[in-house]
Write a protein of this length. Sequence first.
Length: 449
Amino acid sequence: MNRREIWAVLRRGLPVLMAVGAFGCAYQLVRSGSVNHAEVGKIETGLEQVRQLSFLKPVPLVVENRAEADRDIRAQVTHQISDREFRIDGETGALIGMYPEGIKLKQETLKLLDSQVAGFYDPDTKRMILVSGVSQGGIWDSGAQMLMQRDVMGEMVLAHELTHALQDQHFDLAGKLDALKDNDDRALALKSVAEGDATITGFAYVVGGIDRARLEMLVSQLSGLPEMFAKEAKSAPEGLRDPLVFQYSAGVKFVAQAYDRGGYSAIDKLFRHPPQSSQQILHPELYFVHPSPPADITVAGYQQALGGWSTAEANCEGELGLDIVLKQAFGPNSPKVALAQSWKGDRILSLTRGADLSVIWLIDLSSERAASQFAAAYSEALDRRLTLQTPHRVDYQSNLVLVVIGEAARRFAQFENDVFKQSRITFSAPPHPPLPPPALRAQVPALAA
């Protein structure tokens, strides 16, 4: 492809990937309800050459109608998150300002995923699902196909999804994500690696290889995707939408730095030693140059004062989570949003007592000054958003900020000091040494004609 054709793919193909979240479009690869196996086989062979990994086992391709595909999507989502977990996550997110009050999180999640799905890799069944009868209107319409007399968009997104199958077969991607159910921030970092790799690889497949210039074009084009996706999914809550688009826009930029340091073998190492926080994705130097794992936080000291309450869930919001909460509270251009960059670690507990839910959130920041500023800003945000019927308290000691929201906050004075004294903050050793600086990479060998 020449430069003009590559730009056409970037302009038209990447919005398609973003609009469907973790899924892709393959409508031209399904004819009369059947898979074009010759074309799919060609894509698989070319993908192995580009990605420099071989399929360890076949990936079954199944054609389903819209109702069947929706059923499988729902099954995949509910396998990962129970209805109770959705309810608790939604209520917790609404209390801290991540989601709007009264959000039906499961319903909103499925609506966001269902909106444009035309095909996806199912990590539970290890199948590639292609959806028949998908309209080619709207964002699916692409003039890029006229450039090559190819289904460029279908090829790119099928290569993208089959890259996920390669990741799963070689690095147990699904198993690694299952092990991170109590740390959404760390899971988001791994998903960002997976989506960054798949996006670069799908693009490399359709343009015949990747080099520094093409990689820079891809990263540059993706910088505008958050704004584009906000328009495409404007009804979706930011707390759902932003982490989804982050996996692509920030994920590609992060994975591109690994490619610059060692090609696909360096990307393989990202799966063996994944980044451990959204902060490392946002600030790649904290992974590649000055490896800085986040703090591991164990919250303790509240149990005696809160007898009758039980821990329903524990999680981590990360720098991206703080960023979203502060933007929701003060607007995206507020200088207070920059406080999220002081994040070093956090742990958030969802406590239940009967029908009541309370939140205990302990956040480690980079300095006492940052903790003081964050505590003041977040206390202001909670005062403005929550009514008097929702108790809430915020305080800090040294680098730590303690947030309690809900009925448990009425006993804040009884356990505040114990939480600060008894909670444990530890840092793991970096999983890898600093990596060599970027070097000019040769182009991936062009695909055979």
